[in-house]
Design a protein around this ligand. Structure first.
Ligand code: PEP
Length: 260
């Protein structure tokens, strides 16, 4: 077993089309995972399906995540959802700062940081996403961009708080495009992130924090990626919408764990 148990999370995004399909997808994953605990698994679902999916996942080791939340506890924030509302729906996790929110909806590091602090205070396990655009990679700014996102998103956290945070390195150019970072490209950025974590929070915490890779992870590329020393799991979009594909990625995680 590796020092950091591999963690495979699905991000359903704005899918599937109705609650029956959501129940069926969650049941397919639940039945395939069974009671196996070799790899940590969670599903990030649209807020309107959380309660139904939570019922399906009861008695299963699979975690349940929201895909976003707001930092205030309650009040006049039309359309927003608080951390305690996610907990009330059965959530254990919350995805924060996904690139579709950063780039599609203008979410900033400062906002991600406020959400992160509120999630931790409420007792949710946050998955904080970061990653560079194609233009940033091509102009050799990957490390600078990732370092700035880490600094802004994680500002003010103690090492103890950081131990509860999962990071997801998701190069924006690889999300939903079918282009995957090569294992070498991904490993290099993961190692850089861990180095930065060491500088900010100490070596012990840097050694404990899980860093998932995300960006067109599929059954046929998962094993190679998950076998990299600093890649501790995957955040999976498109391929998590078919239970069989998502389960195949979890199986790849089990194989990779055995060799780490
Ligand atoms: C994601 O949604 O975080 C993601 C990585 O999507 P995809 O696997 O489809 O690239």
């Amino acid at each position: 077993m590796p020092a950091r148990k591999l963690f495979v999370a699905g991000n359903w995004k704005m899918n599937p089309a109705n609650v029956e399909a959501a129940r069926a997808l969650a049941a397919g994953v639940r039945d395939g995972v069974g009671t196996s605990a070799e790899v940590e698994v969670a599903l990030g679902c649209p807020a309107v399906y959380l309660s139904a999916v939570s019922e399906v996942l009861s008695d299963s080791p699979i975690g349940l995540g929201g895909q976003n939340m707001y930092w205030a506890k309650d009040g006049a924030y039309t359309g927003e959802i608080s951390a305690s509302m996610l907990l009330d729906q059965g959530c254990t996790h919350v995805i924060l700062g996904h690139s579709e929110r950063r780039h599609g909806m203008g979410e900033t590091d400062e906002q991600v940081n406020k959400k992160l602090k509120a999630a931790l205070e409420a007792g949710l396990y946050p998955i904080v996403c970061l990653g560079e655009t194609l233009e940033e990679r091509e102009s050799d700014r990957t490390e600078a961009v990732v370092a700035a996102q880490l600094q802004g998103s994680l500002a003010g956290l103690t090492p103890e708080e950081m131990n509860k945070v999962v990071l997801a390195y998701e190069p924006v150019w690889a999300i939903g495009t079918g282009k995957t970072a090569s294992p070498e490209q991904a490993q290099a950025v993961h190692a850089f992130i861990r180095k930065k974590l060491g500088e900010a929070f100490g070596e012990k915490t840097a050694g404990l924090v899980k860093i998932q890779y995300g960006g067109s992870v599929k059954p046929d590329n998962a094993l190679e990626l998950l076998s990299c020393p600093d890649i501790d799991g995957a955040l999976v979009g498109g391929a998590c919408l078919k239970a069989a594909d998502f389960l195949a990625i979890i199986e790849a995680g089990k194989k990779a764990s055995a060799s780490k």
